[in-house]
Each structure stands twice: as C-alpha cells, then as structure tokens.
Ligand binder design. Structure first.
Ligand code: BGC
Length: 368
C-alpha cells in the first residue's frame, strides 16, 4: 500500500477505533483487546496530534482524566498503604485495561502496570505544551496530579511489565516511563520535588538495570528488550550517542531484528514473531537521528504488510523464535490481532518524522 494511502487509512482506523466516550480501543475485533490501555492510547494520541486531529486527542485525554478520577479512592489507598509499609492487594491497584465507559475489566490481568501511566503523564504535558489549542481542564490537572503522586510513591513496587507477562518484577522500560513522566510533569508544573524523585529513579536505573554495558529488560533478566529504545525516543533520558544506549541498540539489532523487530529473545506469544509497532518504533528512532534511509526501509516494510483494507497487525508470524507455539496461541485466541491501533500510531509517527526530516532538508537547501 502506498505511503499516502496508508497514512490516510491509519488515521481512519484510529478514528474508527475511538469509542463515542473518547477511548482508543486497542483492537475491537480481538476479544482480549476490546479495551483501552493508557499505553496504546497515549501513542495514538501522540500520532493523531502530529496530524492535527486535536479534537480526537482532546476527547481521549478527557476520557483518561475521568478514568483516573473515578479511581481516585484506589489511588489514595495505594499511596497511603505504600507510605505506611503495608501490603497492597492485587485488586487494590489501578487496573491496566478499561472498557470504553471507563470501568476496570474484571478477571486476572497483570493489574499493576506503571509504564502506561508514566507515558500518559509525559504525553499530557508534552501535548498541552506543543498544541495549546488542546487547552487544559480542571479534571486533567487533577488527574495528572494524582497520577504523578501515585507514580512518585509506587515507582519501586514490583509490577507487571509493558508486555503484561512478567507480573512481579522491576522493569527498565517501566522505570524509564515513570522517570520521563515525572520529569515532564515537574517542568510543566514547576514542582521540583518530582524532579528529585526522577533523579532517584535515574540513579536506580544506572545502578541496577545495566549489565555488561547494556540496559537490561528487567532486574534478573539480563537480555535486551526492544522497548528499551524508549529510553532514547520518545523519553530522551539518554542521548542517541550514549555508549550504553548504543550498545543496547546494537544488541537489539543483532538479537531481535530479522528484519522486523521481535520483543525479546524468549518471547513465545504467537511463536514470538516480528512486531510491527516495534519495527516502526525503530524506524522512528532512526529518522530522528539521521538514519533516514533505514527509516524509509522500515516504512516500506510496514506498507507492504498492510492488508488491502490498510490494516496492520500486532505482529507477523515470520522468523518465529518458537514456531511450535504459534498454533497453540492461534487455537486459543484466533488470528493475530488486526488492525491494532498501536501499530497504526507508530506508522504515523514514523511517516510524519520522515516527512519532517525531508522538509527540513529542503528548507535548509532553499536558504543556502
Ligand atoms: C501487549 C500490551 C498491549 C496490549 C494491547 C498486549 O499483548 O503486551 O503491551 O498494551 O496487548 O495492545
């Protein structure tokens, strides 16, 4: 599918996947993904903002603020239990999946996840700063404050990783998302205490989440995870040429790129295929850091994958790490989720960045 066509289709698919209440539904025809996650939704909001769909972004942010405020009592309980050194029951944490009307989805599902909230906090501050027409509202202000407080107190509590598989760990990407969210929030509100906590998290990452000169997936899992790209983009916690980041990236490329990007070496979900959103994330990172040809290769790769309706899946069953596991998952859950809104969001971010870089090159040469 052509670039312009897939851009148009991706926007259309994200708009269609937005519920009347404002939630971006991860994948409405895949039973376990018929819900909204702050993680997937925030990436959709970032992408839609780049293409000027401010009204859609505003509806999403208002919806998320309502959800956070609805669970204010839970947030307050977790904060006070943590501060008093009491155990927090699994059901007491704020969940990670919500129905379009903002209810928590019942049933066991790696409840306490902080990366989505960290990314959300970062996104709110980033977008309100960059797109003033989004405005701010009392509910968004209050929800951001609650979220920042929750993360600042609970950041070192074991939680589920962003892939919702390792439920009781300390995960580098999660810490990074919290740190980035708190830094951005502290800049946005001029509350320096959040900056102080972010620095503590940073020292923790450097002290516990680096092995052999590379960032690791989680404490006790000394392997790369493709989500570690997030430390550089979008979170800017490390610079592109930071030696630890470069060594991590080169591990990601050698161990996880075939040429699409896998999540991590022992991933067996649907056999452990190539994730479209991660491959696009790599392309986005390349485009931001001068590797425009590599970024375009990824963009073409994604364009070739799109179905005739322009739909992008979550992953493709190519170069599977555990081929025997594919059938098992297909029997259990059916076809791989498609269209996955997050895959479309990352395509848009990648395509937009490539266009920006090209436009800047043209503008520069006009003035030379
Ligand atoms: C992924 C999550 C994602 C969810 C919805 C899960 O399989 O591990 O990261 O938020 O799907 O897309």
């Amino acid at each position: 599918m052509e670039k312009v066509e897939l851009t148009r289709k991706s926007i259309e698919i994200i708009l269609q996947g937005q519920s009347p209440e404002g939630a971006y539904i991860a994948c409405s025809n895949f039973p376990t993904y018929q819900y909204c996650w702050f993680r997937d939704g925030s990436f959709c909001a970032l992408a839609m903002a780049e293409y000027g769909y401010i009204e859609s972004v505003k509806r999403f942010l208002d919806w998320t603020a309502k959800v956070i405020l609805r669970f204010e009592a839970k947030i307050v309980t977790c904060i006070s239990k943590k501060q008093n050194g009491e155990d927090i029951l699994e059901s007491e944490f704020v969940h990670s999946r919500f129905t379009s009307t903002g209810e928590e989805v019942p049933g066991h599902w790696g409840f306490n996840q902080y990366d989505g909230l960290g990314l959300w906090l970062w996104t709110v501050c980033e977008l309100i700063d960059r797109f003033p027409s989004l405005g701010n509202s009392d509910s968004l202000t209050k929800a951001s404050e609650l979220c920042a407080h929750y993360l600042a107190v609970l950041w070192n509590t074991a939680c589920s990783d962003c892939w919702e598989e390792h439920e009781d760990g300390i995960h580098t990407y999660t810490l990074a998302a919290i740190e980035a969210g708190l830094i951005r929030y502290s800049e946005f509100t001029s509350q320096s205490e959040y900056r102080v906590i972010a620095s503590t998290i940073d020292s923790f990452i450097m002290g516990h989440c680096v092995a052999d000169g590379c960032f690791i997936k989680s404490i006790g899992m000394n392997m790369p995870d493709a989500n570690l790209m997030g430390l550089c983009e979008p979170f800017c916690l490390v610079s592109w040429d930071d030696p630890i980041f470069q060594k991590t990236l080169s591990q990601i490329q050698t161990k996880l790129m075939t040429p699409g990007l896998h999540r991590y070496e022992t991933d067996s979900y649907y056999g452990g295929g190539e994730w479209v959103l991660l491959s696009e994330w790599a392309g986005w990172l390349y485009a931001k850091h001068g590797r425009i040809t590599d970024a375009e290769i990824v963009r073409h790769w994604a364009e070739n994958l799109a179905s005739s309706n322009g739909a992008l899946p979550e992953q493709i069953a190519e170069h599977l790490f555990f081929p025997e596991m594919y059938t098992l998952w297909a029997k259990k859950c059916g076809k791989i989720a498609e269209p996955l809104l997050w895959s479309h969001a990352m395509y848009l971010l990648l395509a937009h960045e490539i266009e920006e870089v090209k436009a800047n090159v043209i503008n520069r040469s006009c003035f030379e």
